[in-house]
Write a protein of this length. Structure first.
Ligand SMILES: [Fe+2]
Length: 285
């Protein structure tokens, strides 16, 4: 843990990152400027940007150990939802995705369960990282999501489970794979399956029926950082096989400062614990 202690210095949180390969600490000049231009071009052309081994191997061990200490306190979530995040709508025609429900089971830590002094929380709260994400996503302004539950999450998918297909509530999602599954557990998505103008229903219907023609998936080793547009790209994770859980940290951003989610959405995502916290707060006022 000698290495971990050096990450305690606030200026050194960026040492978690392989800055030689991914110079996010200097995006204005030379190598860094070229790097961020390439990432942006990839995001624009493909709808995703994948940074393999973004986290240095020794730092990854520290992050995995930290997640291992926190996860026993996580909630076992079971969420039933359509790909759009809501309940099944029985009034729409048969075959419509709004009639199809997926069950998501995970061991999940919400932001308020991840202490401020942890490495992962400090990495997420790094302005340097946020600025890098902003540039790759092509946004004039980008802020870490202010929601007390959703901002940063750690999600462990146990063997036998998968993360059902869905769209995120936020456009800019970043996932950091902390621990890969032995087998399976592949992040799979359809880049830009919908836009502000509508959804490509033909592609989505085909995908939900098992046609993977338009789906993207790639092997991601532990330590990989992936940027994509979760609000517009239907996505999920294939079934976890083998013995090890698959553990990811999910970083959420918004173009508006201080944006929070509605109580209804947080209760839908985080269940009983969020409902209790929110109800107690309402009573206290
Ligand atoms: Fe998602």
């Amino acid at each position: 843990m000698g290495r971990r202690s050096s990450f305690r210095n606030p200026r050194e949180i960026l040492d978690l990152i392989d800055l030689e390969r991914y110079p996010i600490d200097d995006l204005e000049t030379g190598k860094g400027a070229e790097f961020v231009r390439d990432c942006r071009a990839q995001m624009d052309a493909q709808g995703w940007c994948n940074l393999d081994r973004f986290i240095r191997p020794d730092a990854l061990s520290a992050l995995v150990a930290e997640a291992g200490e926190l996860l026993p306190g996580a909630e076992h979530l079971t969420i039933k939802r359509t790909i759009y995040g809501g309940k099944v709508d029985a009034s729409v025609p048969a075959g419509d995705p709004r009639r199809r429900e997926y069950t998501h089971r995970a061991l999940q830590l919400a932001d308020d369960q991840i202490p401020a002094e942890t490495l992962i929380q400090r990495l997420y709260r790094s302005d340097t990282l946020t600025d890098f994400i902003r540039r790759v996503q092509g946004k004039g302004e980008l802020y870490r999501y202010a929601d007390e539950f959703q901002a940063l999450n750690i999600v462990a998918l146990q063997p036998g489970s998968w993360h059902g297909w869905h769209y995120d509530y936020n456009e800019c999602t970043v996932t950091l794979l902390l621990q890969a599954a032995d087998k399976g557990g592949e992040f799979t998505f359809i880049p830009n399956a919908r836009s502000r103008d509508g959804e490509n229903r033909k592609t989505v219907d085909g995908f939900l029926a098992g046609d993977m023609t338009h789906a993207r998936t790639f092997a991601r080793g532990a330590g990989t950082l992936t940027l994509f547009r979760g609000e517009y790209s239907l996505h999920g994770v294939t079934r976890i096989e083998g013995e090890r859980p698959r553990i990811t940290a999910i970083f959420t951003y918004d173009e508006q400062p201080d944006r929070i989610a509605s109580d209804e959405i947080n209760i839908r995502i985080y269940g009983e614990r969020a409902a209790r916290i929110l109800a107690e707060r309402r009573q206290a006022h």
